[in-house]
Design a protein around this ligand. Structure first.
Ligand code: FAD
Ligand code: SF4
Length: 420
């Protein structure tokens, strides 16, 4: 069903290239290809967002060749290049850095509603209020069925607040508007969406929009959300009024509210850790960029640490780690702070990395995962500039263990019926 094209012939090169990425299970579901060509729509396939061809209309060969060229440069299932913005220095885990802070929104409602410190929502609102962005593309719960997540075009503070909070389900943010976007627009999206946008603007010869991103451990399968709601006591398909994964506190609780008023909830470790995280698509397991390197600004959790130095998920007022990567990003952060929209406290890279054990371990051992995936699945994205070989050479035994573990995990996933 999700095959968009089998041939790759003249006039069909672009769709053939998209199909090859999807078949290799390297599609992240970012939606860029659907934004490039209206013959594609993003649909749910095996619980993830995938491009599906909706018309047989061919493209003129010159247009087809141009789209294929842009796709090869920008699709995160084909390649991701680590960017080196002028004036930044590179941290092995955090990527390019021009400013690093612990931060939170100063407006209590935004801080409360946000996933961690509400800084992305505060910055979205600031960009709109300053006229620096005419709209911000983001993601929010589908009003018709809040179990699902849909892209949203944010034009006001109210809409930004409604879209606050992390959505641990598939959504193809970039599919909502035709690519390339304009420089007076903004996007808040996953790292794969940020890299697709940045690389596509470069390939299309346009100025990129303002790009905000967040640290990301991957997109869980839609079915994991549906099953969790049921497991917590609401019948399958019961109409919902709202569903949020976290936020409304830090980290907040996974909460589903039925239209008849019933409410079920569970904590962050039980929802992300036990139910959702294990279903993350394989493309995300082999991702070199879980920190939004291609964005102007990216944010993650600035967890407190317990006595053993591990992240402590006890409830408290939210705090994000905020990374300015480009001069444009740094300028926006500093102006938002001067305007009193966000509060900043400079922190060291070492302190930020200590609070992100998953991100630093994944990057350190990624080469082993990529090799294991290459052996069993056949194709992986090309990553340049992330220092993966250097990391593997510094830890050869751990990389070898990761390779063997990857093969076991892929076989296990196949036994359990995972197709992505
Ligand atoms: C799938 C996923 C995995 C994550 N993994 C990590 C991790 O490993 N480590 C870590 O530190 N942080 C992770 N986060 C990020 C973290 O939960 C917060 O988003 C981050 O700390 C910023 O918080 P905030 O309060 O500033 O953002 P908020 O003010 O809550 O704003 C969040 C913004 O992100 C957008 N958004 C939410 N979900 C999605 C989505 N699925 N796709 C596209 N846009 C979306 C919203 O529209 C909103 O604009 C993850 C988030 C997601 C969605
Ligand atoms: S990763 Fe994005 S651009 Fe590439 S095939 Fe999937 S949806 Fe399309």
């Amino acid at each position: 069903m999700h095959r968009v094209n089998r041939t790759g012939q003249d006039g069909e090169r672009f769709l053939g290239a998209v199909d090859a990425v999807v078949r290799a299970q390297m599609c992240s579901g970012c939606g860029l290809c659907a934004a490039m060509d209206p013959r594609l729509r993003m649909r749910e396939v095996n619980g993830f967002q995938r491009p599906v061809r909706v018309t047989d209309e061919p493209l003129p060969p010159a247009r087809d060749r141009e789209l294929a060229r842009q796709f090869h440069a920008a699709c995160p299932g084909v390649q991701v290049r680590a960017q080196r913005p002028a004036g930044s220095h590179r941290d092995a885990t955090l990527g390019p850095v021009q400013g690093l802070w612990a931060a939170h929104a100063t407006d209590p409602a935004t801080r409360f509603r946000g996933s961690s410190g509400g800084v992305l929502t505060a910055l979205n609102t600031f960009l709109l209020a300053e006229g620096e962005a005419t709209s911000v593309l983001g993601a929010r719960a589908d009003a018709a069925d809040p179990r699902r997540t849909v892209p949203v075009t944010i034009m006001s503070r109210e809409q930004a607040l409604q879209a606050a909070g992390s959505r641990y389900g598939p959504t193809a943010t970039l599919s909502a508007q035709a690519a390339p976007l304009r420089a007076d627009q903004a996007v808040t999206g996953k790292p794969c969406e940020a890299s697709a946008l940045r690389a596509h603007a470069r390939a299309a010869g346009t100025d990129a929009p303002v790009i905000l991103s967040f640290f990301c451990a991957g997109t869980p399968q839609q079915g994991a959300t549906d099953a969790l709601v049921e497991e917590l006591g609401l019948p399958e398909g019961a109409p919902l009024e709202d569903l949020w994964y976290r936020g409304r506190g830090w980290p907040g609780e996974f909460t589903a509210v039925a239209r008849d008023g019933r409410r079920v909830r569970t904590g962050y470790s039980a929802s992300w850790g036990a139910a959702l995280g294990p279903t993350v698509q394989w493309r995300c397991r082999v991702c070199a960029d879980g920190v939004g390197e291609s964005a102007d600004i990216s944010a993650g959790d600035y967890w407190e640490l317990d006595a053993q130095g591990d992240p402590d998920f006890a409830e408290r007022p939210g705090r994000s780690v905020l990374v300015a990567r480009t001069a444009r990003g740094r300028d926006i952060v500093l102006r938002a702070a001067a305007a009193g929209v966000i509060a900043l406290e400079p922190v060291s890279a070492r302190s930020a990395v200590a609070r992100q054990p998953y991100q630093s371990a994944r990057r350190r051992l990624l080469l082993g995962r990529l090799l294991g995936t290459r052996l069993l699945v056949g194709r992986v994205p090309s990553y340049r500039g992330f220092g993966l070989l250097g990391s593997a050479l510094r830890a050869p035994r751990a990389t070898w263990r990761e390779l063997r573990g990857t093969i076991t995990r892929i076989r296990d996933r196949r036994r359990r019926g995972f197709r992505s």
